[in-house]
Design a binder for this molecule. Structure first.
Ligand SMILES: Cc1cc2nc3c(=O)[nH]c(=O)nc-3n(C[C@H](O)[C@H](O)[C@H](O)COP(=O)(O)O)c2cc1C
Length: 415
């Protein structure tokens, strides 16, 4: 369906070639200072036509706030926002009246609904993600102000061009118990803990490792010149998230994050923490030992963070980091042997304006979905803590049931 979230609820609407796209956001706390500029910043990073590496569709994507705030302060009521579709060219798609585009959503939408938008990707188009990015910008503003939470995504690979120290060294030897550092190097972990949006935006590929970024550019241009496309990965880090977020068992933090990420068009893979690479390292090297946090809080932290900030489906206060795989876009101008809707074999060379690689534009979408997930989980956990804090303290519990060094009232109290 088109609504995501429990207490911070985001409903997006719109198709690629209709009058407008947008979102209704319900559950935003009242009293948040918010202007269209806060939202526009991220929409500008998502919009098409930013460089030669993206689709030339020329959309300004100016956000129009319709409700839910006055004098740049949120009222706690639903926020409606819209962005007009201005540069539609439905005739670019006439050949797709006959052909479902291979690996696009034309065939499955028609199979499912029995009717589909007459041009473009309709609801499956990345235009839909405008509503997500706008909603994410609102969540992010709250998270930053209330908790100092930082969310930064960046392009970590395009085709086979990876940020070099992000890749596992190949070892076919099963007897060789690799160090976990081989799976995710010191340099890459340093990048995760320090990378900023300014660094990410230094290069049109949105890869903060500039040497790799140049190679990525060449790879995307090669795909474009060949009338083809290429995929890639986006890595994202979320810093300063409080411990305790996530709703086991079905709404574990990483499950909701994976759900949100895999709902972005063109996604094919999601991994958190050491991910698939961690599976090749024994527990003795992969476990994250506990240490007293050096910040004087008296709390436990972990020495390493192969868990990616989530254990048992609950955040542990460490940085949350994850990676998403985006496929090579389906719409290519190179002729492909395929079949028409009626089964007649033929050849499709798609016209229209398309992204040769989606990852540079996917970066703000990933950040938006991450913001929405954290926001929703925070509101849920805060509601639980507030409810628990109203109860009289229990003084009869065995020691093993309570956090050492903490009075029970404090433990049940709000953060
Ligand atoms: C930012 C962004 C831009 C995209 N641009 C295109 C595009 O130009 N051409 C295309 O075929 N798909 C593009 N896609 C992907 C399609 O929307 C998606 O592949 C299609 O709806 C099929 O869905 P699926 O790949 O999730 O199965 C884009 C995706 C994103 C996130």
């Amino acid at each position: 369906m088109s609504t995501y979230g429990n207490l911070f609820r985001v409903t997006t609407y719109g198709e690629s070639h209709c009058a407008s796209v947008g979102a209704i956001i319900d559950g935003c706390p009242p009293g948040l200072t918010l202007s269209a500029d806060d939202i526009q910043l991220q929409l500008n990073r998502r919009r098409p036509g930013q460089s030669d590496l993206t689709t030339p569709r020329n959309e300004k994507d100016r956000v129009l706030l319709q409700s839910g705030l006055e004098h740049d302060v949120t009222l706690g009521t639903p926020i409606a926002l819209l962005v007009k579709n201005e540069d539609q060219r439905p005739h670019d798609y006439s050949e797709t009246d006959l052909y479902p585009r291979p690996s696009h959503a034309d065939y499955t939408y028609l199979e499912k609904y029995g009717v589909k938008a007459s041009s473009g990707g309709g609801r499956s188009s990345a235009r839909e993600t405008i509503g997500r990015v706008a909603a994410g910008a609102i969540a992010e503003k709250y998270l930053k102000q209330a908790y100092g939470i930082e969310i930064v995504a960046f392009v970590s690979s395009v085709g086979k061009v990876h940020i070099p120290f992000s890749v596992q060294r190949p070892s076919q030897d099963d007897e060789d118990d690799e160090q976990v550092e081989d799976a995710l190097s010191e340099e890459f972990r340093h990048l995760l803990s320090t990378v900023t949006r300014e660094q990410v935006d230094q290069h049109p590929t949105r890869c903060p490792h500039l040497e790799t970024a140049e190679k990525m550019t060449q790879r995307i241009i090669r795909a474009k010149d060949n009338l083809d496309s290429i995929g890639g990965t986006v890595t994202c880090v979320i810093r300063n998230v409080p411990s305790g977020l996530g709703e086991p068992v079905f709404d574990k933090f990483e499950a909701t994050l994976g759900h949100a990420m895999l709902s972005i068009p063109a996604t094919k893979a999601f991994e958190i923490g050491s991910g698939f690479r961690g599976t090749e390292v024994p527990g003795s090297k992969h476990n994250d030992p506990f240490v007293l946090k050096p910040d004087g809080s008296g709390r436990l932290g972990t020495k390493t963070n192969w868990s990616g900030g989530v254990q048992g489906g609950i955040t542990n206060g460490e940085d949350i980091y994850f990676r998403i795989g985006f496929k090579s876009p389906a719409t290519i101008s190179q002729a492909q042997a395929t079949a028409q809707y009626d089964g007649t074999p033929g050849s499709l060379a798609a016209r229209g304006r398309h992204d040769p690689c989606v990852v540079p534009r996917a970066v703000p979408i990933v950040e938006a979905m991450a913001s929405i997930v954290v926001m929703d989980q925070l509101l849920i956990q805060n509601a639980r803590k507030t409810a628990a804090a109203l109860l009289p303290p229990i003084t009869t519990l065995p020691k093993t049931m309570v956090m050492p060094g903490k009075a029970q009232t404090e433990q049940n109290g709000t953060a």
